[in-house]
Every structure is written in structure tokens, then in C-alpha cells.
Write a protein that binds this ligand. Sequence first.
Ligand code: PRP
Length: 208
Amino acid sequence: MESITLALAKGRTAKSTIALLEKMNIEFEDFHEDSRKLIFYNNDKSIKLLFVKAVDVPTYVEKGAADLGIVGKDNILEAQADVYEMLDLQIGKCQFVVAGKQNTALGTNQTLTIASKYPNITKKHFQQKRQTVETVKLNGSVELAPLIGLADFIVDIVETGTTLKENGLVILEEVEAISTRLIVNKASFATKSASIQLFIEKLKEALE
Ligand code: PRP
């Protein structure tokens, strides 16, 4: 059977994903989260693991640099990548929200300034609401933006709610539920069908 390349997102969900792979008897002996190594192989070398930034996983998969990717729905939506989304891994569960300072309202005829790590998702959400917005793309610590007048509101993911709370912000609107997904390169799905189907079956079993 052909070997497959899997792009795995660094960060919060990496540990749970590796645990799930172990449940499938796929083990990467020399893998540990703090390693600076970026490529790992499982014992029988049937799977090559690329350990990459979450935001880049959809690109690796769309371009065929990886056959499979495991990454959050937030990054899949933002990348607008042309890939197959096959399974919900039920980990990394969180919510996309619009948040802002207490006692602020979203409804207005004026253009709103929205800070986000996810400008595409932000634009799409407000387009659907027919609200004109200007987006400010940030790469982190987005909660700061409304506090210092850089933006009126933010669109971001919320998991425990701690970051919003500690910065005096509140959820004004829930946009979409997010979790970690398995994505597949479209060409690989045809050319490496047997290996990919086997991987999906084993993953389904591990999820049960
Ligand atoms: C994410 C997100 C929020 C926070 C939400 O940021 O952008 O800031 O986590 O989590 P919580 O609801 O559990 O507090 P991340 O930790 O990735 O850091 P960043 O600000 O550097 O993007």
C-alpha cells in the first residue's frame, strides 16, 4: 500500500491528535511537541507526519504537499481551500463569536471595524447580515483591539471564555461551532484511495 503524508497542526490540539493516532496504532516514536524537528515517520514508515502551523495545514493539503491534514474548522474556513472535509474528530471544540466591550451593541448603519485573525470569515459573516465592515487583520492577542480603540469588535474563537473575561469583553453573537477535522487532498483521494480509506476507517474506529 502507498505511504501517505499527514499534515498535523501544531498547538492546542496536537497532543489530543497524537493520542488519537496512537489509538489507531500509529505511533511516532521520536515525536514530542517541543521538538524542533518537522518531519516524523511511524514505525513501518507508512505515514509521514509534517508538523506545521495550523493556519498552513489547508495549504499543504490543497497543494498536495500532504495527502491528509488534521486541523481546526476555523483554519479550513479561513483558508477557503479546495479540499475534501471527511471527518469531525470531536476535539478542540470551541465557538466562533463576535465579541466586544460590555454594553455595546452591534446593530448600526455605520461601518464597523472588526479585528480578527480570520478576515475572510469575518467578511462573510457580516456580508450575510448586510452590515458593512472594515477588517483589521491581527495575528494574535485580538482581544486587545477593542480595549485600545483599534477596532469596535472582534471575531475570534472562544474555548473556555477566560481570555474574554480577563479582558472585560463579552460574547455579542455566536457565529459557528468549531472542532478539529480531517481534510483530504482531492487528487490523493483518487490516487491513494486504498491507503486513505484505511486511515479513515481506523480513525472512525478510534473515535467510537
Ligand atoms: C485563542 C483565541 C483566543 C483564546 C480563546 O488564542 O484567539 O484569544 O485562544 O481561548 P479561551 O476562551 O480558552 O480563553 P491563542 O491562545 O491561540 O493565542 P493568540 O492570542 O496568540 O492567538
